[in-house]
Design a protein around this ligand. Structure first.
Ligand SMILES: O=C(O)CCC(=O)C(=O)O
Length: 374
């Protein structure tokens, strides 16, 4: 198909001219100067990974592996915890069955509970076990570090100085993430420049540039939410409820790590542009390192916990410039490129995001996890 040939040309050219063809992210031994960061990475909309030198002197790196320290400092603080049955919040799962409803997938958000930090820590450790019916992930992308975890403020920097100088502003939000080995974040993009610092454990990022938007098959899915069965505590069973009235969410359709060979075959058939295109950039961010994740890059995140069963990260979200790159991206996304694949199964196929025929969705498809993204 002609459109597909041209898109493949774009993906190749972006890699040859700017991003590199190795699938590796640039690694820097030391924090870049603000000028270099702006010129070589932000302006180029290109990720980089900065070595442990990036967090030299942050007390968090040694202190946050110590449960007793965290419990003492956060004593009496309530934090937000996301609960799901499998660790994948904000992800696509089969719609709850009901007579007369079509089959297919829905966009499922976690049940969110506010709980005492000590209880949250214990729950995150306990739900790392595959036998646990729920998985707890302490996170809330609403500046939660500066709100819920302000007692830890002195253990990290309030902003990343070279990024602040390059970007000309302070972070709009600083978020904390405490997960276990089962916590996973599905492919999405954000309208922020993201400086993502891992404090304990490791994060595994799969990254695709905005040029590759068609490879994610952004489609509309009905919104649903996990709900804890009545009267149950946070370790109880969750069930999924579709939102009423129905709300459609545009979301990336691809699952890069299907669990069974059958679901892999189904994914490959439904999403050939993802599986038969250039490999995504892969980046493991170890404790002490900082990943620069440029605005509008699609990312999927998994984690390997530390010896306490946890991965802790802090990320700094800086406002992006809504400049010509943003305009080009919106134009690219508006081009329909329905792949010539075999008929996708009902489980993996919902309506394409470029089909505006029967709803009033905005022209710009926001796949950010937070409503305040651009
Ligand atoms: O760490 C995660 O699970 C997800 C991080 C993420 O999506 C982000 O920083 O935008």
């Amino acid at each position: 198909m002609e459109e597909e040939r041209r898109l493949r040309g774009l993906w190749g050219e972006a890699r040859e001219l700017s991003l590199g063809t190795s699938g590796q992210v640039d690694c820097l031994d030391a924090p870049p100067s603000p000028l270099r960061f702006l010129r070589d990475y932000v302006s180029a909309n290109k990720p980089c990974l900065v070595s442990r030198a990036a967090t030299r002197g942050w007390p968090a790196i040694s202190l946050w592996s110590d449960d007793a320290y965290l419990r003492r400092v956060l004593h009496g603080c309530a934090v937000s915890v996301h609960l799901t049955p499998h660790g994948r919040a904000d992800s696509l799962v089969p719609r709850p069955s009901a007579c007369g409803r079509p089959r297919g997938l829905c966009f499922a958000s976690a049940a969110v509970r506010s709980m005492d930090f000590s209880d949250a820590l214990a729950l995150i450790a306990a739900t790392g076990s595959p036998s646990s019916p729920t998985v707890a992930y302490a996170q809330q992308q609403n500046d939660c570090f500066r709100a819920e975890y302000s007692a830890l403020a002195g253990d990290v920097v309030p902003d990343v100085p070279w990024a602040t100088e390059a970007l000309g502003c302070l972070p709009e939000a600083v978020n904390l993430w405490i997960g276990n080995g089962r916590s996973e974040t599905s492919f999405h993009k954000d309208h922020y420049e993201n400086l993502y610092a891992v404090i304990t454990g490791e994060k595994h990022f799969l990254l695709l540039p905005p040029t590759d938007v068609h490879r994610l098959y952004i489609r509309h899915y009905p919104a649903a939410r996990y709900v804890l069965d009545d009267g149950k505590d946070a370790t109880g069973e969750l069930h999924l409820e579709l939102e009423e009235p129905e709300r459609q969410v545009p979301w990336c359709s691809v699952d890069p790590y299907p669990e069974t060979p059958e679901s892999m075959a189904e994914q490959r058939e439904a999403f050939p542009l993802y599986f038969d295109g250039p490999k995504p950039f892969e980046c493991i961010v170890k404790a002490g390192e900082i990943l620069y994740l440029p605005s509008m890059w699609f990312h999927h995140v998994r984690q390997t916990p530390d010896r306490n069963g946890r991965t802790i990260a802090v990320n700094y979200w800086y406002d992006m410039q809504f400049d010509i790159k943003y305009a080009y991206f919106n134009f690219l996304q508006s081009i329909d490129c329905t792949p010539p694949a075999g008929k996708p199964s009902a489980e993996v196929c919902n309506r394409d995001a470029s089909d505006h025929s029967d709803d009033a969705e905005p022209e710009i498809y926001e796949t950010s996890l937070v409503s305040h993204s651009g």
